[in-house]
Design a protein around this ligand. Structure first.
Ligand code: ZN
Length: 491
C-alpha cells in the first residue's frame, strides 16, 4: 500500500510540473553551438569510409584561442595501440577472427579553405592540434575542414565490425572540451567510456549499399535511393556525439513514448516486442522521474559488441552476446538512463566515470519501482549488489592484502573488474544509502533539480552534491567524500 501511495504522489507531482513547463526547443537552444557536417561514403564490402567533414567551430570559452585540439579516437585502434581499447581478458572476444587493425589517414585539413599543417600529440598520437591563422576571440567562429579515410577493424567494439553490424562510433575528429584555461586531452582507455565532449549540432549524410539499414544519432530527414545506393540524411541539434550502426540484417519496429519515437533495430530476436517495450517504459519512466526527453528519435540497436551496451545520443548499442532475456532488457533500461546522465547532463567520463555511471545504474533500480512485469526488483538488485561487492572485496583482500575502493578516474584502475565493482556496484550502494538517508521524495526531486539545472552542460561532482543538498536541505559533502574516497566499509 505504501508503495502505491508513493507511486501516485510522485507521478501526480511530475504531471503537474510537466504540464506547466514548455518542452525545450532544441533548435533555439542550440543556435550558438558548433556545427559538424559530414559526407560519408561507407563501403560495406571493404569496411572503409571516405569522410568529408566540416566544422563551424564557435569559441564558447572566454579565452582567446590560437590552437584547436581534437580527439582522434581511431588512432587507438591501430596496430601497436590496441591494448588501449581492450583489456587483456577481452582480446579474444573482441577479435574473434584474430587481430585486426584500423587505419585512419587525413588527406586534407583546412582552416577557412586554406591548407594548414597539423600536429599530433598525446598517447598514440590521439590528439590532433590545428594551429589557427589568427586568434579566435570568444563568441567568434571559424571553419575547419577535415578530409580523411578510415578502415574499421574486425572488432566487436564501438569502432569496428562483427558478423552482423558495422559500428561507427567515435570515428571522427571531435573537439576537445576547453576548460580551466586548457583543452582536455585525456586519452582513450580500455576501462569504461572514456569520453568527454560539448554539445554541438550535426548534419550528416551517409551513402551506403542499399541492402543496408542504418541507425544513427539524430533525426532521419531524408532517405533517397539512386544507382549508387542509399543516401541517409540526418540532422541532430544539441547532442554531444554522433554514432552510426549499419547492418544488412536489421529489421525495425517502432513505438511512441511521449513525443519520442522509439525504434528497435534488431536481428534474430524472439523477444523483440518486449525489448522495444523496455525502451518505451524506460523513456516514459525517466521522463516523469527526471524531466522530459526533448528528442524526437531514440534508437535501440542490437549490435556486435563485447560489452553489455553503450550509450550515444539518441542511440544505444545493446550487445548481441546477451542471451538472458531479463539481462537484455536491463541493459536497455541502463543505457536509456544514460540519455539523461551523460547524454543531456554531461560529465568528464574519463576523470569522473562514477558521476554518470553510478547514477545511471541506480536509475535502473528506480525504474523497477515504477514498472511491474519485469523479473527484477529494486530490493533484489540492491541485495545482489551488496553480496557481490562484499565477495569482491574479500577475494581481493585475500589475493592482494588490500584494495583501494575509491571511485577514481578510468586509468587509475588496473583491472576491469576493479573498475566495475568500484564504479557500478559500489556506486549503486552509495546511492541506496543516500536514498535511505534523505528519502524517496527528496531523492527524486534532487535528480529533477540536477537535470533541470545542468542539462546540456557538463556537470561536476560539486554540481551533483549541490543538487542533493539544496533539495534535501541536508549537508552531504562528507557523505559523498567518504564514499568516493573509499572510506566507507560495507558489511
Ligand atoms: Zn553505463
Amino acid at each position: 500500500m505504501k508503495k502505491f501511495a508513493i507511486f501516485l504522489l510522485v507521478f501526480i507531482s511530475c504531471f503537474t510540473l510537466s504540464s506547466c513547463k514548455k518542452k525545450d526547443n532544441l533548435e533555439e537552444l542550440s543556435a550558438n553551438l558548433s556545427t559538424y557536417s559530414m559526407q560519408i561514403e561507407l563501403n560495406t564490402q571493404e569496411k572503409r569510409a571516405e569522410v568529408k567533414q566540416t566544422l563551424n567551430y564557435i569559441n564558447n570559452s572566454d579565452a582567446i584561442l590560437r590552437v584547436l585540439k581534437f580527439h582522434v579516437y581511431p588512432q587507438f585502434f591501430k596496430e601497436g595501440a590496441v591494448d588501449k581499447v581492450v583489456g587483456p581478458t577481452k582480446m579474444n572476444d573482441a577479435y574473434p577472427n584474430g587481430m585486426s587493425y584500423a587505419s585512419f589517414d587525413f588527406s586534407a585539413v583546412m582552416v577557412n579553405n586554406e591548407s594548414v599543417d597539423i600536429v599530433f600529440s598525446g598517447e598514440n598520437n590521439g590528439i590532433l592540434e590545428v594551429e589557427l591563422p589568427y586568434s579566435l576571440m570568444p563568441n567568434k567562429s571559424i571553419n575547419l575542414q577535415f578530409n580523411y579515410s578510415l578502415t574499421l577493424p574486425n572488432a566487436e567494439h564501438r569502432f569496428g565490425y562483427g558478423e552482423n553490424t558495422i559500428n561507427m562510433a567515435n570515428f571522427y575528429p571531435i573537439a576537445c572540451v576547453y576548460e580551466n584555461g586548457q583543452f582536455n586531452t585525456e586519452p582513450y582507455n580500455a576501462n569504461g567510456d572514456p569520453f568527454y565532449s560539448d554539445m554541438a549540432n550535426y548534419n550528416v549524410n551517409l551513402n551506403i549499399n542499399k541492402n543496408y539499414v542504418v541507425a544513427a544519432t539524430g533525426e532521419l530527414v531524408a532517405k533517397t535511393e539512386d544507382a549508387e545506393g542509399m543516401r541517409y540524411e540526418y540532422k541532430a541539434n544539441m547532442v554531444r556525439d554522433f554514432a552510426i550502426v549499419a547492418s544488412n540484417k536489421f529489421e525495425v519496429i517502432s513505438a511512441q513514448a511521449g513525443d519520442t519515437t522509439v525504434n528497435y533495430f534488431y536481428f534474430n530476436d524472439d523477444n523483440k516486442d518486449a525489448n522495444l517495450k523496455a525502451g518505451v517504459d524506460a523513456i516514459n519512466t525517466f521522463n516523469k522521474l527526471f524531466g522530459t526527453y526533448p528528442y524526437k528519435t531514440f534508437n535501440i540497436v542490437k549490435t556486435d559488441f563485447i560489452y553489455g551496451g553503450m550509450e550515444y545520443p539518441n542511440l544505444i548499442m545493446i550487445s548481441a552476446d546477451i542471451l538472458d532475456a531479463d539481462d537484455y532488457k536491463n541493459v536497455i533500461v541502463h543505457e536509456t538512463a544514460h540519455q539523461w546522465w551523460y547524454g543531456m547532463v554531461g560529465n568528464n567520463e574519463y576523470s569522473l566515470p562514477w558521476l554518470d555511471e553510478a547514477l545511471t545504474e541506480y536509475s535502473s533500480m528506480l525504474f523497477y519501482d515504477y514498472n511491474e512485469g519485469y523479473n527484477f526488483t529494486h530490493g533484489q538488485m540492491i541485495a545482489a549488489s551488496k553480496e557481490n561487492y562484499t565477495l569482491f572485496i574479500s577475494v581481493y583482500n585475500d589475493v592482494l592484502g588490500e584494495i583501494d575502493t575509491s571511485m577514481r578516474a578510468v586509468n587509475e584502475y588496473s583491472t576491469e573488474p576493479e573498475y566495475t565493482y568500484c564504479i557500478y556496484v559500489k556506486g549503486v550502494l552509495m546511492y541506496e544509502s543516500l536514498y535511505q538517508i534523505i528519502g524517496e521524495k527528496n531523492f527524486v526531486n534532487s535528480l529533477k533539480f540536477y537535470f533541470d539545472n545542468f542539462k546540456y552542460k557538463n556537470a561536476t561532482k560539486e554540481n551533483l552534491i549541490y543538487a542533493f543538498e539544496t533539495t534535501s536541505k541536508t549537508e552531504l559533502k562528507n557523505f559523498f567524500d567518504s564514499w568516493l574516497n573509499g572510506k566507507v566499509v560495507i558489511k
